[in-house]
Design a protein around this ligand. Structure first.
Ligand SMILES: NC(=O)C1=CN([C@@H]2O[C@H](COP(=O)(O)OP(=O)(O)OC[C@H]3O[C@@H](n4cnc5c(N)ncnc54)[C@H](OP(=O)(O)O)[C@@H]3O)[C@@H](O)[C@H]2O)C=CC1
Ligand SMILES: Cc1cn([C@H]2C[C@H](O)[C@@H](COP(=O)(O)OP(=O)(O)O[C@H]3O[C@@H](C)C(=O)[C@@H](O)[C@H]3O)O2)c(=O)[nH]c1=O
Ligand SMILES: [Mg+2]
Length: 299
């Protein structure tokens, strides 16, 4: 079969990033999508069969166990979804000669650094979620010769469960909110990340040897803020008057420790593919028209 006739296989198409990818990847060719209903990732035989039957030219995995606190007491399932299953996907991608796009997280870092993290800075996850995502990176890189692992952070978009939708919902229910001000990161839009993924793949299609660019890339918005700063911007964009109080993480005890600082350096993404991330404030403003206030925001 000529290479271009083979489809793109998008796994995790029901998640917030998966839904954004569905439309942007469609600009590159036929996309076969799989949600949890089509393939439960804890059933590895089903995952293998799905990939063998589809024989994609490209596999994009947007599925993950993303409930950071739940993972602390559900480590086995988190590891299956975030590490073992992506490893199997990578093996099968390699078997059928497909490239693989996979996503990872700022939570692979411990947050003790005082400058933006580069791709080769030492990892040291403090949570089960972060540990399982790091193992997933390692397994994908070990088995798929043509892989692009995009580490992103603080993802939000029009669909699914995310901080922006949670804030907009809480803002309609309460006059006053407390939000942590001592965790610093890069809020990143699913709409931008889906576009960036498409642009990366376009770049790869136009160049000779796809595996030449294989590796880990940091893919986040430019700039940085705290969850408190992000919350303020969310309400400002929505034209909502909500009184937001900054608090320390210690005022919000949770099962999983989060990094205090997880800003990612995106120079490698720019230098390799020419992709220049807009600021987080720009991305938030671009997403705002797509957000529905007051609709269920999930957990
Ligand atoms: N959300 C964030 O803030 C960040 C996310 N990332 C990474 O980005 C990627 C996309 O995340 P995002 O879109 O936010 O995540 P979501 O939680 O929105 O989507 C993940 C998808 O994976 C599916 N899934 C989970 N477990 C299984 C399973 N056992 N079998 C089949 N499908 C399953 C979920 O299905 P269901 O809904 O039915 O559970 C869901 O559709 C992931 O790799 C994530 O680790 C990185 C940094 C930040
Ligand atoms: C609802 C709420 C949250 N918070 C705080 C708690 C937390 O530190 C922060 C964000 O809450 P979340 O539950 O969205 O945080 P969390 O689930 O840790 O978000 C992470 O998800 C995983 C999947 C990633 O990969 C990370 O990049 C990151 O986005 O906001 C408040 O301070 N006040 C509030 O009212
Ligand atoms: Mg969460």
């Amino acid at each position: 079969m000529p290479v271009d006739d083979r489809p793109i296989l998008l796994i995790g198409a029901g998640g917030q990033l998966g839904q954004a990818l569905k439309s942007t990847l469609g600009e590159l060719g036929i996309v076969v999508t799989a949600t949890r209903e089509d393939a439960d990732l804890s059933d590895l035989d089903t995952v293998r069969a799905l990939i063998r039957e589809t024989t994609p030219r490209l596999l994009v995995n947007a599925a993950a166990y993303t409930a950071v606190d739940d993972a602390e007491t559900d480590a086995e399932r988190a590891r299956l979804v975030n590490a073992i299953a992506p490893g199997v996907m990578a093996e099968e991608a390699e078997r059928c000669g497909a490239g693989m796009v996979h996503y990872s997280t700022d939570y692979v870092f411990d947050g003790t650094q005082d400058r933006p993290y580069r791709e080769d800075d030492p990892t040291n996850p403090t949570s089960v979620y972060g540990q399982t995502k790091l193992e997933g990176e390692e397994r994908v890189a070990a088995s798929a010769s043509t892989h692009w692992i995009l580490r992103t952070s603080w993802l939000y978009g029009p669909n699914g469960s995310n901080f922006v939708r949670t804030m907009l919902q809480l803002g309609t229910e309460r006059d006053q909110l407390q939000v942590v001000d001592d965790q610093i990161g890069c809020p990143t839009s699913t709409l931008w990340l889906a576009d960036a993924t498409r642009d990366l793949l376009r770049f790869v299609n136009e160049h000779e040897d796809p595996s030449a660019t294989a590796g880990i890339y940091h893919a986040v918005a430019r700039g940085q803020t705290s969850w408190y700063g992000f919350a303020q911007a969310i309400f400002q964009n929505a034209g909502m008057e909500v009184d937001v109080d900054p608090v320390d993480t210690s005022a919000f005890p949770r099962p999983a420790p989060r990094p205090a600082y997880s800003v990612l350096d995106t120079a490698k993404l720019r230098q390799t593919f020419g992709i220049i991330p807009p600021s987080w404030t720009r991305q938030l403003a671009d997403t705002a028209p797509h957000l529905t206030v007051g609709r269920s925001s999930g957990s």
